[in-house]
Design a protein around this ligand. Structure first.
Ligand SMILES: Cc1ncc(COP(=O)(O)O)c(C=O)c1O
Length: 397
């Protein structure tokens, strides 16, 4: 085991390179320091004295093994953001009345660092995660921050724990930024204190057998999200409240829930993935369709990338549109469905093989390994993530 000597509180900052700045979407408030924010330039680093033993290759699981360090940044209404701190990974100490525990005033993000070509570490479109996190913070009445400053702090954390990024094409380092209210009182009110923290965890594949198509259970009695709600934010409450239905899906022999909405049983999401239907539509056109961002749908980074990628191919119609179970059932009957798949950071693309709905098991055509579409999308995206294809979607650590 390697032993690091503690260097105490050291301030170390690496500013973004020009290439990395260019990589950011034009909407990024790069130099917008009018947002009262912590600054990466104030980063304080306390290295761990003892480094943990890393698990054997191939035994990563999902989110069970954490790295040596974490990032924490405290905020209070009176003092604003404190200096960001990278310190040894450890427990949090929270007041028992803390309103994130009682009222779920919190949110999180999920992205990955990939070790790829040239042994370089890469993130995939991380500013989109930072921007989604900032939008959720606003909705949760949690404090605003400068997204590019957070990204730079995360980059430093990954750089410090870089040996934890697996040397494997099927594994990566999962990054979990989290923002919680630490308001220590029981009133339901806007937090006067908050904590932003980031932890890192080695991950393998999300599903037990990644190549296999999964089965979904669709029952309109449960709803994941609703108009005017927070389904478009990564807030913990959306996930905790979905668990009961998830276990019912398993009782019915399925792996995930197909979330429906409304009288017409609109298809919204699959488990914690966005959903795509590749079919010949009612007008006889080949179409790749996914539900629109109407407030119910989590605006997935993978979803956005698949839309942008396939629109660029310009080979078939690519649409954000409402889809109902009725439309799916009649398209299946007429053999017009080519494929259905879920998308997300955890799995990239996950083919869907069965849907259980109103007592029937609907078999979804699945092209498997030979599918031109799912395997082509998966290959193009993972080639970018692992650096086999040069892309401005790549952010070098
Ligand atoms: C509900 C939900 N939908 C979709 C996604 C996919 O989003 P992304 O592609 O950004 O991972 C996630 C990811 O966590 C999710 O939680």
């Amino acid at each position: 085991m390697t032993v690091h000597s503690s260097v105490g509180a050291v301030t170390q900052v690496v500013l973004l390179s020009d290439a990395q700045r260019e990589n950011l979407p034009s909407t990024t408030p790069m130099a917008n320091h009018r947002i009262p924010s912590f600054m990466a330039a104030d980063l304080v680093i306390q290295l761990s004295c003892t480094l943990k033993t890393k698990p054997d290759r191939g035994s990563f699981g999902f989110g069970t093994v954490f790295t040596d360090h974490m990032l924490t940044i405290e905020w209070s209404e009176t003092e604003g953001w404190q200096a960001p701190l990278i310190k040894p990974f450890g427990d949090l100490s929270l007041h028992p009345a803390c309103s994130s525990l009682h009222y779920g005033i919190q949110l999180f993000e999920g992205l990955k660092a990939y070790r790829g070509d040239g042994d370089r570490l890469r993130l995939f479109r991380p500013m989109l995660n930072m921007n989604r996190m900032a939008a959720a913070a606003k909705r949760a009445c949690l404090p605003a921050f400068d997204q590019s400053e957070l990204l730079e702090c995360i980059r430093r954390l990954i750089e410090i724990d870089q040996d934890w990024v697996p040397r494997s094409d099927s594994a990566s380092l999962y990054i979990r930024p989290t923002l919680i209210s630490t308001e220590p009182t029981l009133g339901v009110k806007k937090p006067s204190r908050a904590l932003l923290y980031v932890i890192l965890s080695q991950v393998g594949s999300y599903f037990d057998n990644e190549a296999e198509a999964i089965s979904l259970w669709a029952d309109p009695k449960y709803t994941r999200a609703w108009k005017g709600g927070t389904g478009d934010c990564k807030m913990g409450g959306n996930y905790g409240s979905a668990l009961f239905a998830q276990y019912e899906a398993v009782d019915y022999g399925c792996q995930q829930v197909l979330w429906l909405y409304g009288e017409d049983h609109q298809i919204t999401e699959a488990g914690t993935m966005n959903i795509f239907l590749h079919w010949i539509n009612e007008d006889g056109e080949e179409e790749l369709a996914t539900p629109p961002l109407d407030g119910l749908i989590l605006p997935g980074i993978t979803r956005q990338s698949i839309l942008e990628l396939t629109r660029k191919w310009d080979e078939f119609k690519v649409t954000e549109r409402f889809l109902t179970m009725g439309q799916l059932c009649s398209a299946l009957k007429q053999q017009q469905v080519k494929e259905i798949f879920g998308s997300g950071t955890a799995c990239v693309i996950c083919p869907i093989g069965h849907v259980t709905y109103q007592g029937k098991s609907l078999k979804i055509p699945c092209q498997g390994e030979n599918s031109t579409l799912t395997s082509r999308i998966a290959k193009e995206l993972t080639d970018i993530q692992y650096g086999r294809t040069v892309s401005d979607w790549t952010f070098l650590v």
